[in-house]
Write a protein that binds this ligand. Structure first.
Ligand code: MRU
Length: 357
């Protein structure tokens, strides 16, 4: 099953807040509720957020009572702004909204109902492409994994973080499918515990051997020579390769380099933001204090304590061994390699749209 999909004119998504205890699929028929689901992390992970927003736009088109093209576009503009305000860091959200806007404003579509149909089709296409892209990325990434490797992983980057399959964890799935014996050290990923709750659940579904560790234990295992490779995802990669990912990634990258362990973000080109020259321009989401003072509803700090809760940090490009994309593994200098990868990916989508079969 996909993490997010379109069925009976509704957006459906696995409620990730309930895993691993319950597997629940929520149905949405209001784009505002989709925006809220992104904000409250029913769905999370950069590519999954992008796909949810795309389906949210399709929903907004069906919800609108507009009978003419311009009124529908005005309604869609409003919906796009509400969806865009849901989370700030994952650029896939804005990338998907821009793509949906391009589809909606196609001059060839003059009737409101044609625009509606085009948006539903475009969201479906974006979701299907996401799965295909992830598998291509996984094939490139799996070349880095040797039989018997132990891979350290942060957050959740599996099928739940995308439409299906996943990014960094998708690389591990691919190596496992190729028959390589792999072991995953799973960072629990405080404060929201995506590693403990979601990554462990996904690895278990696939019977891939793993060990759950507290985030603070990662340095111990890296220093002890027990890790062959660190794989993470990303929410936004600047033009120079600086990479924003789940809080704690930066610390992991520094300790990996200190211990000579290769460190690779795995990112679809939709996560690359060529408009930002470096990582210092990436907006970092600050989330609710309750995520730090509480663990799954249980208070663990004295009431009234001051809290800071940045959801992401930026790893400077000098800590990266390379960046795994669907167009291959990009190495330093990242500016040139990322630009080429983005251009290749765009050309591939154009060809796909011109000759869909
Ligand atoms: O706050 P989240 O759970 O949305 O953060 C997710 C991550 O940081 C992932 O590593 C990133 O989105 C890449 S997912 C394929």
């Amino acid at each position: 099953m996909r993490t997010v999909f379109w069925e009976n004119n509704q957006v459906k998504m696995i409620d990730q807040r309930q895993l691993p205890h319950a597997f629940v699929v929520n149905a949405y028929d209001d784009y505002r509720a989709v925006a809220d689901a992104i904000k409250t992390m029913v769905i999370r992970g950069a590519p999954a957020i992008g796909a949810a927003a795309a389906f949210g736009m399709a929903l907004a088109a069906l919800q609108s009572r507009a009978t003419d093209r311009q009124t529908l576009l005005d309604d869609l503009d409003g919906a796009s702004k509400i969806l865009a305000a849901s989370r700030p860091t994952a650029v896939n959200l804005f990338w998907a909204l821009e793509r949906m806007w391009r589809a909606a404003t196609d001059e060839r579509l003059q009737a409101a109902d044609d625009v509606r149909a085009a948006l539903v089709a475009e969201a479906q296409r974006l979701a299907d492409e996401d799965v295909a892209i992830n598998r291509r990325m996984a094939e490139h990434g799996a070349t880095l994994i040797r039989d018997g490797d132990t891979i350290l992983h942060h957050c959740n980057t599996g099928a739940l973080a995308a439409v299906d399959w996943g990014t960094a964890l998708g690389v591990v799935f691919m190596a496992h499918e190729q028959g390589k014996r792999v072991h995953v050290l799973v960072d629990e990923t405080r404060p929201r515990l995506q590693g403990a709750a979601l990554t462990c659940w996904e690895l278990m579904q696939r019977s891939i051997p793993m060990t759950l560790i507290a985030d603070n234990a990662a340095g111990y295992f890296l220093q002890a020579g027990k890790v062959n490779l660190v794989l993470v995802g990303a929410d936004r990669v600047a033009a120079n390769g600086d990479t924003a990912n789940k809080i704690g990634t930066y610390k992991l990258a520094v300790v990996a380099k200190e211990n000579g362990v290769p460190f690779y973000p795995t990112v679809p080109t939709s996560t690359v933001d060529l408009s930002l020259p470096s990582g210092s321009e990436i907006p970092i989401e600050m989330r609710d204090a309750r995520e730090v003072t509480h663990i799954r509803g249980q208070m663990i700090a004295p009431a009234g304590v001051a809290v800071a809760n940045p959801a992401f940090d930026v790893t400077p490009n000098r800590y990266l061994s390379g960046i795994i994309t669907e167009e291959g593994i990009v190495r330093a200098p990242f500016e040139r390699g990322l630009k080429e990868a983005v251009e290749k990916a765009r050309a591939r989508v154009r060809t796909f749209m011109e000759t869909p079969e």
